[in-house]
Design a protein around this ligand. Structure first.
Ligand code: 6R9
Length: 651
């Protein structure tokens, strides 16, 4: 990144010290950084002891064949035992594991003892269907307790799961079933979203007509809505309540090697076919348990944790299922959307269950800002003590709003950077240690080594910018791309020798803190200057009339690329001509004239994936008047029609 553009970076001067009370009792103190620096592997070996091992590992890291890592390779353990049974054995069977809240308002309270029975029954059921250790199981479900049970049942019998978002199309599902060569699909008749029952089973039926999905022997179907007339293939389809409910409530967990595959999760990326990210057992569970303990300061006896992600996203895997349950947490599982049946639904849930730790995404925070401050103000949010953010860079404006309107200016906000590939949180403030800076993920966690390098792989000095790289292996790192070691090497390990290339732009500020600048594919080149989409978006959102912004670089004959911004306005939709000009000047003032968008288009919605990431490549297609690329991973593909309809004749 050029220095000119760095000089223009947002100057964020505000600092928020941890509350004294929280700092005094925080799970992890500043000394952890020092300890991990002195003996990184010793530090992780110690964290591995948070788990219950069938065979304790003597070896910590085998890095003899980089970048193919083996962590705790001579240890054996069972993930489901760690997430469920051991808490029951420790006398905590009555502790609530899941407060389930269905979108229509139905609820279930599931204790650790209940979870042990249900996971055991589901494990027995999968075994009856002939699923053996190593067989892959696809899970295509709404956000209901059976989804968590299904994942843990797979883990219990050593069958790697591949969870596919309930919102994905039959096509996307078929590709993933085929790539993983799944034996069984676990699904539901449907789920509730936006106030209505929406079907899931038909997409499975359709996916299974595709060539390549022939390895699927059974479809296990949960009855969630009971409202759909669903097609039934005798001999293949089985109702969950017919099969699972009659199983014995005991199941002896087998110990698996620490490097046994735990799950495959597909990331769509911007080009090419989806990558099946492979995670294994011991290192993954160690890091998600440790980071959940450290970053959220979880006190399992008193906290109520709520991660609003979908389980189909890595955030749901690591911070709804494996991390919190390994730590014996009590958590909320909510099926639906934040605005059903009203825009205060999330805050109602926080009040109802006295949620103490909330973990969500910037896109959701910006939606709440747009809906109005008065909505959360109607609810009692005083139970909250830590707020988390993940998924995108959080712009300082949203960070401050989150802390002020949700956290009553009391709660630390932890901005957590990580990826499907990293498995667990990598860069984040610690709530009891770090003086937080709005908009920055700040520091690698204890035991994690990250830095920022330039094009020549040289580490940049404080104040410099470039590419985020991870310089040492970490326990929950991806082990490969399923079935494609070469692509694993090419994608992550070939850009910078011996270092993991994350694909994100980043800068280090004068204190050495890390600021994420978005995917490097999204960095724009304007008249010889590198400008990050994140910076321009942050500048736009800092204007009172802008609720959300997405910025792309469109090919331009004069300037290589021209900055094109799509904005959602607050207040009356009518965009006065003057406002667009005002916004252009506003950006120029904040970042410098070079960052002034050439075009600003007010729109009603932005194209997003289910995890809330803006799909800039589709907006680039629009800005460059191209036919749209693959839209199968959009939450709502009609959004693109709306945006295109807004375009004035020719772009
Ligand atoms: C967990 C998750 C990974 C990409 C990552 C980066 C972006 C995630 C972020 C963040 C800035 C944060 N990202 N958290 N950028 N600040 N706190 O999101 O996984 O869906 O694989 O996405 O998301 O660009 O490279 P995944």
């Amino acid at each position: 990144m050029s220095n000119e553009s760095l000089a223009n970076l947002l100057k964020e001067e505000r600092r928020f010290e941890p509350p004294a009370e929280l700092a005094a009792h925080a799970n992890v103190q500043a000394s952890a950084y020092e300890q991990a620096k002195t003996d990184r592997l010793g530090f992780w070996a110690e964290q591995a002891r948070r788990l219950s091992w069938g065979t304790e590992p003597a070896e910590t890291l085998d890095w003899s064949n980089p970048p193919f890592a083996k962590w705790f390779a001579d240890g054996k353990l069972n993930v489901a035992y760690n997430c469920v049974d051991r808490h029951v054995e420790a006398g905590n069977g009555d502790r609530v594991a899941l407060h389930f809240e269905g979108e229509p308002g139905d609820t279930r309270t599931i204790s650790y003892a209940d979870l042990q029975r249900e996971v055991s029954q589901a494990a027995n059921a999968l075994t009856e269907l002939g699923v053996a250790a190593g067989d892959r199981v696809a899970i295509y479900m709404p956000m209901i307790p059976e989804t968590v049970v299904a994942m843990l049942a797979c883990a219990r019998i050593g069958a790697p799961h591949s969870v596919v978002f309930g919102g994905f199309s039959a096509d996307a599902l078929a590709t993933r079933i085929e790539d993983a060569d799944a034996r069984v699909v676990i699904t539901a008749d449907g789920g509730y979203r936006k106030g209505a029952a929406s079907a899931l089973k038909p997409a499975v039926d359709e996916a299974l007509t595709r060539p390549g999905t022939g390895g699927v022997r059974n479809v296990l179907v949960v009855r969630r809505t009971g409202q759909q007339d669903i097609a039934w293939t005798e001999g293949r389809d089985v109702w969950w309540h017919d099969l699972v409910d009659r199983q014995p409530e005991e199941h002896t967990p087998e110990q698996f090697d620490a490097e046994h595959p735990l799950f495959i999760l597909y990331t769509s990326g911007t080009t090419g076919k989806p990558k099946g990210i492979l995670h294994t057992t011991g290192g993954y569970l160690t890091q998600v348990a440790y980071t959940h303990h450290a970053v959220f300061d979880l006190k399992p006896e008193t906290d109520v944790f709520w991660c609003t992600a979908d389980v189909g996203w890595v955030t749901g895997h690591s911070y709804i299922v494996y991390g919190p349950l390994a730590n014996g947490a009590t958590e909320v599982l909510y099926e639906g959307t934040p605005d059903t049946p009203h825009k205060g639904r999330w805050w109602e849930i926080v009040e109802k269950y006295r949620v103490t730790i909330l973990y969500t995404a910037p896109t959701a925070i910006r939606a709440c800002m747009k809906w109005g401050d008065e909505i959360p103000a109607k609810f009692d949010l005083s139970s909250l003590r830590i707020l988390g953010s993940v998924g995108e860079p959080i712009n300082p404006e949203a960070w401050i709003w989150y802390r002020h309107h949700i956290g009553a200016d009391r709660t630390p906000v932890v901005d957590t950077w990580w990826q499907t590939e990293t498995g667990g949180i990598m860069i984040s403030p610690l709530p009891g240690v770090t003086a937080a800076k709005p908009g920055s993920a700040q520091v690698p966690l204890p035991g994690i080594s990250a830095t920022v390098v330039d094009d020549e792989a040289q580490e940049v000095p404080d104040g410099g910018g470039g590419y985020l790289v991870l310089t040492e292996p970490w326990p929950s790192m991806l082990r490969t791309i399923w079935g494609d070691d070469q692509r694993f090497l090419d994608t992550y390990w070939s850009r910078f020798e011996g270092r993991y290339f994350a694909g994100d732009g980043a800068k280090k500020d004068e204190d050495g803190d890390v600021w994420l600048l978005g995917r490097v594919d999204d960095v724009m080149l304007v008249s010889g200057h590198n400008i990050s989409t994140t910076e321009v978006e942050s500048a736009l959102v800092a204007h009172p009339r802008v609720a959300e912004a997405a910025v792309v670089g469109a090919t331009d004959p004069q300037t290589t690329q021209a900055i094109c911004a799509f904005v959602i306005l607050r207040g009356e939709a009518a965009a006065a001509e003057g406002l667009v000009e005002e916004l252009r000047q506003h950006v120029a003032k904040q970042l410098g004239p070079i960052a002034k968008p050439k075009r600003i288009l007010p729109v009603a919605e932005l194209p997003k994936t289910r995890s809330g990431k803006i799909m800039r490549r589709l907006l680039r297609d629009v800005a460059e008047n191209r036919e749209l690329g693959d839209v199968t991973t959009l939450t709502d593909s009609s959004v693109m029609d709306l945006i295109q309809a807004k375009l004035p004749g020719a772009a």
